[in-house]
Design a protein around this ligand. Sequence first.
Ligand SMILES: NC(=O)c1ccc[n+]([C@@H]2O[C@H](COP(=O)([O-])OP(=O)(O)OC[C@H]3O[C@@H](n4cnc5c(N)ncnc54)[C@H](OP(=O)(O)O)[C@@H]3O)[C@@H](O)[C@H]2O)c1
Length: 276
Amino acid sequence: MSMYKLNDGRNIPNFGFGTYKLNGHAGVQSIVSAINNGYKMLDTAYNYENEGTVGKAIEESGVNRDELTITSKLPGRYYAHQDAITALQESLYRAHLDHFDLYLLHWPNPKRGMYVEAWQALIDAQKFGLVKSIGVCNFLPEHLDKLKAETGILPAINQIELHPYFNQAPMRKYDHDNGIVTMDWSPLGRASSVLKDPVLIELGKKYHKTVGQIIFRWEHQLDTIPIPKSASPVRQRENLDIFDFEISSDDMKKINDLTKPDGRTNDQDPAVYEEF
Ligand SMILES: NC(=O)c1ccc[n+]([C@@H]2O[C@H](COP(=O)([O-])OP(=O)(O)OC[C@H]3O[C@@H](n4cnc5c(N)ncnc54)[C@H](OP(=O)(O)O)[C@@H]3O)[C@@H](O)[C@H]2O)c1
C-alpha cells in the first residue's frame, strides 16, 4: 500500500476500509480485525451511527492513532454553518478523537441549495484544526464548479459510486483535471451481480486472482481509492492483496467496457437523489 498526495499537500493511503453496517460489538471486532490485517484508512459517517464503534476499534487495535487515516461525513440535515460545526464536534466526541483526517459532505442535495454554506463550514473546521483534509461525496461537475466559484477552494477528495458496472469515466476525468482524488464507494457494487460477470471471472482465472481482487486492482490502476467493506477477516485480507500483479491495458479496456449507463446499484443519481 502506498500513498496519494492530495491538493492540500497531505498524503492518504491508496486503499481504505468501508464501515457501513459495522456497528456495536460485532462491528468493533470486524474493524479491529481490518486494522490488524493492514488497513490504514477507515471510512465512517455520522449517518452510519457507528463513529463510536470506529473509535472503540481504534482504541482496541493498539495501533497508534497517528498511523491511521479516519474519515467521517456530514449529513445533509446539518448543512447550516453552525449546525455543521456542532455536528462535527459531536462526531469527534462519539469517536473519542480530537480530529478527523478527512471530513466529507455526504451528498450535495442540490435542491436544498445548502452545500456551499456547508463547504464553507468545512473550510473553517479545517482552520480550527478539527479536520486535516476536506472533501465531498457524490458531487457532480456543476456542484464542484460552484464550490470553486464561491469559495475558491476545491475538495481534496470526491467519494463516488464506482465499480465495473458504473465506472464514472467523465467524473473521474473532471476530478483528475481539477486535482481532486477520486475515492470509490461500493467498489464491489455491494457484492451484486458484478461478482458473477463472465469477463471478470475469466480475468480472475488468467491472473490467478479472485474477481474481487481483479476489481480492486482495476480501480487502483484507474488511480482511484477503493474502500471495500467486509466483516470477514478472510475477505479483508483477500481484498487488500492486489499489489503483486498488474492488469494489462487490453484487459483494463475489457473491464472498462462493462460499464452501463444505468449501472448504479441503487439508482442514486446525485442530481436528483437526496439524503439527510
Ligand atoms: N459516500 C457515500 O455516499 C457512500 C455510499 C455507500 C457506501 N459508502 C462507503 O463505501 C463503503 C463500501 O461500500 P459498500 O459497503 O456499500 O459496498 P462494497 O464494499 O462494494 O460491498 C460490500 C459487500 O461485499 C461483500 N464483500 C466484501 N468483500 C468481498 C469479497 N472479496 N467477495 C465477495 N463479497 C465481498 C461484503 O460482505 P461481507 O461483509 O460478508 O464480507 C458486503 O456484503 C461503505 O462501507 C461506506 O464506508 C459511502
